[in-house]
Design a protein around this ligand. Structure first.
Ligand code: C5P
Length: 311
């Protein structure tokens, strides 16, 4: 059995880091958005006496989430299989675009479909959380509000068609390091809306995200300042995107990719031309319906058993 599945990237349109939690993770509030930039994952699958997982990729990947996710889901299904992945990477790594997480979600969705063994959503989400905080979002896509570790997700209305220029200069930022740079503590009392201007501002943004005016909103990424302290060139890219008309222009995730949003494709293309071709991508916001339709097309009837398609 063989399938080829798309594995899309995300942007964080806004990202606020609150206090450090007793479990070591940080409480956050974020707005996720899937975009058209994607990796392509081909999967060959067959039942076997002993599990064997091969991966060949267009680039070298050290700690690979594809293989880890495959082992996890096969163990969960209690099956032995021969699985061969071919991963064509387009999404820059260590850039805050969720490429690794998206690949992981793709594997968690595809292997049960290939094995003809649907896994209940709650179990799939639990496995996804164990692989990374951004993984569960990729079961849903579209525009979503992320709370807690980033794994508690609520749908937000689709944005009108928008384009973004994503600029990634190849700087690799470690997520754990970025959180450390923020220096939040367990006792930072940022969780009460009455005490926290951060939460009040975030709430306003979430309420106003009805598609009318992304460009008017005070969108922010709390990682941008500390990461730009270490990698000074990032601030210059944000400034350049703003100057070229992007609203907003900010960093995604814990960096280092930066993006600028445009409401017309030709403006995005013109802006992208001002950057080195191999560092800038013009992408489209990908609404949830389209995101899930791409999955359904790839996985066919096996996907219909899943609750995700009913979004
Ligand atoms: O969950 P993920 O593997 O992406 O997290 C990588 C690291 O980032 C964690 O080990 C943790 O140090 C940090 N992190 C955090 N709070 C979050 C998400 C990640 O402190 N909400």
């Amino acid at each position: 059995m063989q399938v080829t599945v798309p594995s899309f990237a995300k942007l964080n349109l806004d990202l606020r880091v609150l206090h450090k939690r007793p479990d070591g993770y940080h409480e956050l509030r974020t707005i996720f958005q899937t975009i058209s930039l994607k990796d392509t994952l081909s999967i060959e699958f067959d039942f076997a006496k002993r599990t064997q997982i091969d991966l060949s990729s267009s680039i070298d990947i050290a700690d690979n989430l594809v293989v880890r996710s495959a082992r996890l889901i096969l163990e969960h299904l209690k099956i032995q299989a021969w699985v061969r992945f071919v991963l064509e990477k387009q999404i820059p790594m260590g850039a805050g675009l969720g490429g690794g997480s998206s690949n992981a979600a793709a594997v968690l969705l595809a292997l049960p479909a290939l094995a003809g063994r649907p896994v209940p959503t709650a179990e799939l989400v639990r496995l996804a959380e164990s692989l990374g905080s951004d993984v569960p979002f990729f079961f849903y896509g579209g525009t979503a509000l992320g709370c807690g570790r980033g794994t508690e997700l609520y749908p937000l209305p689709d944005q009108p068609p928008r384009w973004a220029v994503v600029v990634s200069s190849g700087i690799h930022v470690s997520t754990a390091e970025a959180y450390r740079a923020l220096n939040r503590t367990v006792t930072d009392s940022l969780t009460s809306p009455t005490q926290s201007p951060i939460l009040r501002e975030f709430q306003t943004i979430a309420w106003m995200l009805d598609g009318s005016g992304l460009e008017q909103l005070p969108l922010k990424n709390d990682f941008e300042e500390p990461v730009a302290e270490i990698h000074r060139e990032l601030a210059a890219v944000v400034r350049k995107l703003r100057k070229l008309g992007a609203r907003p222009a900010l960093m995604t995730g814990s960096g280092s990719a930066v993006f600028g949003v445009f409401s017309a494709a030709q403006d995005a293309r013109a802006a992208a031309n001002q950057f080195r071709a191999d560092t800038a991508w013009v992408v489209r916001f990908l609404p949830r319906r389209q995101y899930l339709a791409r999955w359904r097309r790839a996985l066919g009837p096996a996907m219909e058993a899943s609750h995700f398609v009913r979004q």
